[in-house]
Ligand binder design. Sequence first.
Ligand code: RBF
Ligand code: MG
Length: 311
Amino acid sequence: MKLIRDLESIIEPFKNAVITIGNFDGVHIGHQALFKKVTEKAKDIKGTSIAMTFDPHPLRIIKKNGFPPLITRYDQKIELIEKCGIDVVICISFSKEFASITAKEFIQDILINRIGTKAIVVGHDYAFGKNREGNLEFLKTHTKNLGYDVIVVDWIEISNGWSGRISSTKVRELVIEGRVNDAKKLLGRFYQLKGKVVVGRNRGGKLLGFPTANINLCDELCPKSGVYAVIVEYERKKYKGVANIGYSPTFGDQKFTVEVHILEFNKDIYNEEISVEFIYRLRDEKKFSGISELHKQISKDIEKAQEILEI
Ligand code: RBF
Ligand code: MG
């Protein structure tokens, strides 16, 4: 897959370009359906399958605050799009200037003239460009004079055990509510956090008997506080684990942490990158009357996690 970060670097249009355009935060099953249609159509017309996306997320530029936490960070998003079999990802560095381009200019100058678009694949509620001018109706009225096809993907076809609307907003809601199992239905994979292992309080192993790797988060989406059965990936190997998200109320901590106790593991992994897949939410975080009560509960959590992760 080819990654393009700058439109200027496209010196000649792609052969029979089939394109889909979006933020694709989360690369959920709705997005995956769009990519599938793009690759199928590109195969049909012996062309190039293209996904255009944006980084940073346009809302971070348009809205000063109140933008949503990301489901997938930039590198993870690109990696997931690549897995869908797309030939070229064009990732626009979103700016106020880019936002001011009209839908007509965007289609004519960028999609047609520069990229060589022959077909645009969209969901039925799609709109782009300044003031969301570039909606489906708009796209369709320009097909004849600009010479491209519009292909609409019906998202109902791909429900995957989920009957509601599929959107990044819905995925965020589910993760924030701790409903990682439902989030999985929409993502087509488990929700995953990636981060560097940082120094914690150095208490888990010594005092409690369960050492934890504390993960440093930037501003990505974090599941609801609580205890989860997880799968940890480190150096391409997978391990079972139990994660705790929250404030460790037993110790009266004021600091929010994401920490994971990795089963059958005793390496020093400070400063190393790990990823944590959230498989199942075991319980809420609780204030225990003492260390031994908390220790007992964590032993039970591990037992339950072992059972869940066995299958
Ligand atoms: N701390 C709490 O105060 N309440 C909990 O319910 C709780 N559950 C945990 C469950 C697991 C599986 C793990 C690994 C940790 C949990 N902790 C909990 C956090 C614990 O207090 C923390 O790991 C140590 O204090 C080290 O920082
Ligand atoms: Mg720790």
